[in-house]
Write a protein that binds this ligand. Structure first.
Ligand code: PLP
Length: 452
C-alpha cells in the first residue's frame, strides 16, 4: 500500500473505510481490490483483471452481473416512484406484485409477506414477530430459540445471536437472547468414530428431544435453520434429518423457521430447499437471490396461523409497532420482480441442477488431494474443506491459514472463491454454463497446485 498515490481510491479506502469481515490491520497493509464492473459470471477490477465470480458476490447474483433488463426496470421505477413507505395503509404496486409472486412460489404453508432490507433484519423481524405472536396468544414464556452451531443467520444483535459461529459473537457480547445451539448436522466432522450416518441423525434428533425436555416446550418459541448451511461451511444434512426435526417441532408447538437466504430461488436445484428436503416451515426467510442483490431486499413469509394472531393483536394495540423506512421499497421490489421473471424465463433453476451436477462432479476430483478433507455440496453450492492431516481431519493451525493463501492465489488465477476458515466455497451465478463451471474449477485447481 505504501506505493499507492495519496489521492488514489486505494489510499482513500484505507484512510476512510472500516471493512466488514476483514482484518483491518492487514487491509491497511495490502490495500483493497477495487471491483469496477461486472458482466455475466465475470467481474473486473480497475486494473483490468478479469475474474470468474465463483461466489456470485456473497451467494447473491443469480442472474449474473450487468443484467440490462434489471437496470431498465430499476430506472423505470426510479422515474415513476423512487420511494414511498408502506406504513399506515400505504402500498405500491411493485411490492404487492412481489408479495403475490413470493406466496405463489413458496411452500403452501407460508402465505403472508413482511419485507425488510437485509437477511439480518429479516431474522430480527422473525424473532420479534414470533415473540409478539406468543405474547398475543397468552404464551409469554415461549421465548427461547433453537439454532445450530455453524449456523449463519445474520449479524445484528438478535440475528447474530442466532448465528452459531464464535467469530461473530466474540467481543460483541452475543448472544443477547435465549438461544440454544444444537449440533451442526455435519456427519463428516461431527459423526463419532464407528457411528453410521443414520445413527448420527438419531443422535441429533435425540439431542433435540432432550433439549426440549430440559428447557420445557413451553419456553421454546422456534427452531431456526438453514436447510443447507451456507457461511458455516455448506453442510448438507443427512437424509431424514429435516422431516424428523419438523415432526418434533410440530408435536411440541415449536415453530419451524427455514432460513433460505442463500438457498432460496433455485440454489440447490429446487425453487426452495424446503421442497428438496420435504418440509413445510411456519416461516420462510429469503433475501440475496430474491433481487440478485442488485438492491437490498429480504422477505419474511409466514403462515396464516401466525398472521391471524398478529393481526388480532395489532387491532388490540392499535398498530403493528414494527417496520422500516424502506419496508417494501418500490425500486427494490421492481428489481426483484424483474430478477425473478428472468430466473423463470431462462430456466435458471433447471440450470442449477444441470450445471450443479457438473460442479459437484468436477470438485469431487479433488477428494484424493492430500490436503482435501471433504468435498460436499448440492446443486450450485459446494465446499472443498482443506485439512492439515487428511487421516485425522486435523485443522490447520491457525485455522484459516491455508484458506487465506488459496483465496489470494485464486485471484491470480482469475477466480474469486470464498475462504470460510479453510473451507473454500463455490456458489456461482445460476446462469453459469457447464463449460464455465469446468473452467472455474480448472482455475481453482491451478491455484491449489500453485499453493501446495
Ligand atoms: N441468513 C443466511 C442464511 C445468510 O447466509 C445471511 C447472509 O449471508 C443472512 C441470513 C444475513 O443476511 P444479510 O447479510 O443480508 O444481513
Amino acid at each position: 500500500m505504501s506505493s499507492a498515490l495519496p489521492n488514489s481510491v486505494y489510499a482513500r479506502d484505507v484512510e476512510y473505510i472500516l471493512h466488514p469481515v476483514t482484518n483491518a490491520r492487514k487491509h491497511e497493509e495490502v490495500g483493497p481490490i477495487v471491483i469496477d464492473r461486472g458482466e455475466g459470471i465475470y467481474v473486473y477490477d480497475d486494473r483490468g483483471n478479469k475474474y470468474i465470480e465463483g461466489m456470485a458476490g456473497l451467494w447473491s447474483v443469480a442472474v449474473g452481473f450487468g443484467e440490462k433488463r434489471i437496470a431498465d426496470a430499476a430506472y423505470r421505477q426510479l422515474q415513476k416512484l423512487p420511494y414511498y413507505h408502506t406504513f399506515s395503509h400505504k402500498t405500491n404496486a411493485p411490492s404487492v406484485d412481489l408479495a403475490e409472486r413470493l406466496v405463489k412460489m413458496t411452500p403452501a404453508s407460508v402465505n403472508r409477506v413482511f419485507f425488510t432490507n437485509s437477511g439480518s433484519e429479516a431474522n430480527d423481524t422473525v424473532v420479534k414477530l414470533i415473540w409478539y405472536y406468543n405474547n398475543a396468544r397468552g404464551k409469554p414464556q415461549k421465548k427461547r430459540f433453537l439454532a445450530r452451531t455453524n449456523a449463519y443467520h445474520g449479524i445484528t444483535m438478535v440475528s447474530g445471536s442466532l448465528t452459531g459461529l464464535p467469530v461473530n459473537h466474540r467481543d460483541f457480547d452475543l448472544p443477547i437472547i435465549p438461544v440454544t445451539h444444537l449440533t451442526c448436522p455435519h456427519y463428516w466432522r461431527n459423526g463419532l468414530p464407528q457411528e453410521t450416518e443414520a445413527q448420527f441423525t438419531d443422535r441429533l434428533i435425540q439431542e433435540l428431544e432432550d433439549t426440549i425436555a430440559k428447557e420445557g416446550a413451553d419456553t421454546i418459541a422456534a427452531f431456526i435453520g438453514e436447510p443447507v448451511m451456507g457461511a458455516g461451511g455448506v453442510m448438507v444434512p443427512p437424509e431424514g434429518y429435516w422431516p424428523r426435526v419438523q415432526e418434533i417441532c410440530r408435536k411440541n408447538d415449536i415453530l419451524l423457521i427455514a432460513d433460505e437466504v442463500i438457498t432460496g430461488f433455485g440454489r440447490v436445484g429446487t425453487t426452495f430447499a424446503c421442497e428438496h428436503f420435504g418440509i413445510e416451515p411456519d416461516v420462510l426467510v429469503t433475501s440475496k437471490q430474491i433481487a440478485s442483490s442488485y438492491a437490498p431486499l429480504a422477505a419474511v413469509i409466514m403462515s396464516d396461523a401466525i398472521y391471524q394472531v398478529i393481526a388480532d393483536n395489532t387491532a388490540k394495540i392499535g398498530t403493528l409497532g414494527h417496520g422500516f423506512t424502506t419496508t417494501g421499497h418500490p425500486v427494490s421490489c421492481a428489481i426483484a420482480n424483474e430478477n425473478l421473471a428472468i430466473i423463470e424465463e431462462r430456466g435458471l433453476i433447471e440450470n442449477a441442477r444441470v450445471s450443479g451436477a457438473v460442479l459437484q462432479e468436477e470438485l469431487a476430483k479433488f477428494r484424493d488431494h492430500p490436503l482435501v478433507g471433504e468435498v460436499r455440496g448440492i446443486g450450485l453450492i459446494a465446499v472443498v474443506e482443506l485439512v492439515a492431516d487428511k487421516a485425522n481431519k486435523t485443522r490447520f493451525d491457525p485455522v484459516g491459514k491455508a484458506g487465506a493463501i488459496l483465496f489470494a492465489k485464486g485471484h491470480e488465477h482469475g477466480v474469486i472463491v470464498r475462504a470460510m476458515g479453510d473451507q473454500i466455497a463455490f456458489c456461482p451465478p445460476l446462469i453459469i454454463t457447464t463449460d464455465e463451471v469446468r473452467e472455474m474449477v480448472r482455475r481453482f485447481g491451478a491455484a491449489l497446485e500453485d499453493t501446495y
